[in-house]
Design a protein around this ligand. Structure first.
Ligand code: ATP
Length: 314
């Protein structure tokens, strides 16, 4: 990639333990300027550790990260000036007001008192927090606190914004509000790297994403590319009270069925085309205690299941 904002090369992290864990196993990726790039994977996949190594918080066991051309390990302060970070946890200063949290961050990054004040005001307006400027951060709702954390992370105008599970624990309304904030940052050309285990979030927000599991990248591409490589048009999800393995055997041989498999407590049936096979599937599934059925196009969840045999969701 000619003008990458972030380059990750053979990045690894081994925790000695006990128990010893290879949290990240030699990953390579490049993120273009202005891109929203997602790391999608289940809990424990190595996403937070990867972001930690990109943002100077975790020292890699091997490999290299550069942000805006700066080697993160060789020049941590230089890297920190180019990145914004939103962690999974609320790291706002509880002894300060909403506005002070922004101002002190700006001062830390070398702005004058006057510039810091002006920047804080500008961000409060952008993030619709002006009416809370003087409030304690303790008085903010979860969604507002997360908006303030994003506002603070971009206060020093970083080249790349890293967000670790930015909407985890937020109610649906706050999640959508935050998606809008990230969309606006994207429109302004900010490079964003986010981790998530919500496939809808990855699908909706990311230009490209890497599916990560057990510290390795399993696949990388645009959400559309990833879903297309599943190679089917439709996925029928069946909940059965009866013999699931027997159902898979019966369903697999039906006309129009590409394949079927048991995934956790469900049976998934993959169809090359939507029209045609459904009545036969329902009829067959009734013989195995059909309790519920859903018909959908492949999602990033389907991609994850195809790669790992496991479901992504909690
Ligand atoms: P989550 O969303 O739950 O944070 P994740 O994909 O971000 O998951 P990591 O937090 O990077 O995953 O963890 C990857 C693996 O490394 C896990 O097995 C975890 O237990 C382990 N791990 C993470 N941090 C440490 C640490 N400081 N010491 C030892 N093991 C760790």
């Amino acid at each position: 990639m000619a003008d990458a904002a972030v380059v990750v090369e053979k990045l690894s992290k081994h925790y000695a333990g006990p128990p010893p864990v290879d949290a990240v196993r030699g990953i390579d990726l490049e993120v273009a300027r202005g891109e929203i790039f997602g790391l999608l994977g289940p809990n424990g996949a190595g996403k937070t550790t990867t972001v930690g190594m990109c943002t100077t918080r975790v020292v890699p066991s091997a490999g290299r990260v550069s942000v805006d051309g700066i080697d993160v390990r060789a020049d941590p302060p230089g890297a920190r000036g180019r990145i914004g970070v939103v962690t999974q946890f609320n790291t706002l200063d509880r002894s300060c007001t909403v506005s002070e949290n922004l101002q002190y961050h700006c001062r830390y990054f070398g702005m004058s008192h006057r510039d810091a004040k002006a920047r804080a005001q500008e961000l409060l307006e952008t993030f619709r927090l002006t009416d809370r400027a003087g409030a304690s951060v303790m008085a903010l709702s979860g969604g507002m606190a997360q908006r303030l954390q994003v506002a603070r992370s971009i206060a020093h105008r970083p080249v790349v914004l890293f967000l670790d599970e930015p909407t985890s624990g937020l109610d649906p309304q706050s999640r959508i509000a935050l998606w809008e904030v990230l969309g606006a940052l994207h429109d302004e050309g900010t490079t964003v790297i986010l981790t998530t285990h919500y496939m809808e979030e990855a699908d909706r927000l990311c230009d490209r994403l890497a599916v990560i599991d057990h510290g390795e990248i399993l696949i990388m591409g645009t959400p559309e590319q990833l879903k297309r490589q599943v190679g089917v048009e439709t996925v029928v999800t069946l909940r059965l009270d009866g013999d699931r393995a027997g159902a898979v055997t019966a369903l697999s041989v039906l006309p129009g069925v590409d394949r079927a498999e048991v995934v956790e407590d469900e049976v998934l049936v993959y169809l090359a085309e939507r029209e045609g096979p459904l009545p036969g599937i329902v009829q067959s599934a009734l013989g195995f205690g059909l309790a519920d059925l859903a018909v959908a196009e492949p999602t990033l969840e389907t991609v994850f299941i195809q790669l790992t045999g496991r479901a992504l969701r909690d």
